[in-house]
Design a protein around this ligand. Structure first.
Ligand SMILES: [Ca+2]
Ligand SMILES: [Ca+2]
Length: 207
């Protein structure tokens, strides 16, 4: 479902989507398919040279809206998505702070991380490094500022079997900011008994 106050902008976006759909591309191809959008956007001076005067008032029709095509079918970015001050801006449902895929990361955070705002399995929330520093272990991860994060730990292989019994290691960590952040936690003494003792780390999002 799409929503816009600009009828040409919404038709421009839907045209870009439709003609990149494999089963529809052959029904929506050719140079003329977006002619009506060029005419509407440039109604006062249209490519056809027509004099649009629907009210028969003797004056040219004003532009009916904005028309442009996205940069490519993968990124789906328009001028205002790319930092411009004019043109189309395509936003997922909920706007910058929305989370339509429910993965806990808002649309802006996902955009900054390059993850898919409509795919719950594509998320900026992930461990990025586990590094030994002497007797300590530094755990790094990316997340969204303002969310609740907690590092958990489980014992490693014991009697040849891995454990998935995680317990809280860190206090609740709420990074500052609203969007994509990289944060870390130092497990002081975490490497004291290595390599005889191994362990698993994970970061949990939420309460
Ligand atoms: Ca999300
Ligand atoms: Ca996502």
């Amino acid at each position: 479902m799409f929503a816009s106050q600009d009828p040409l902008a919404i038709d421009s976006v839907i045209l870009d989507i439709v003609r990149n759909e494999p089963l529809l591309a052959n029904n929506c191809t050719g140079q003329g398919v977006d002619n009506y959008l060029h005419e509407g956007a440039q109604a006062p001076n249209p490519p056809s040279g027509s004099f649009y005067d629907p009210g028969s008032a003797g004056s040219r029709l004003a532009s009916l809206g904005v028309h442009e095509h996205w940069n490519n079918a993968v990124d789906k970015l328009y001028s205002r998505n790319l930092g411009g001050t004019e043109g189309i801006e395509l936003l997922p449902r909920g706007g910058p702070n929305g989370d339509p895929d429910g993965d806990g990361m808002n649309n802006t955070t996902e955009y900054q991380a390059g993850t898919d705002q409509m795919d719950t399995n594509s998320t900026p929330f992930r461990l990025t490094a586990i590094t030994r520093q002497g007797d300590d272990i530094l755990i790094r991860w990316t997340t969204q500022g303002g969310t609740t994060n907690r590092v958990q730990v489980a014992p490693g292989f014991t009697s040849g079997r891995a454990s998935n019994t995680f317990t809280n290691l860190s206090p609740v960590i709420v990074p500052r900011g609203n969007y994509l952040v990289s944060t870390n936690y130092l497990d002081v003494g975490g490497a004291t008994n290595m390599p005889a003792e191994s362990k698993y780390y994970r970061v949990r999002l939420g309460p």
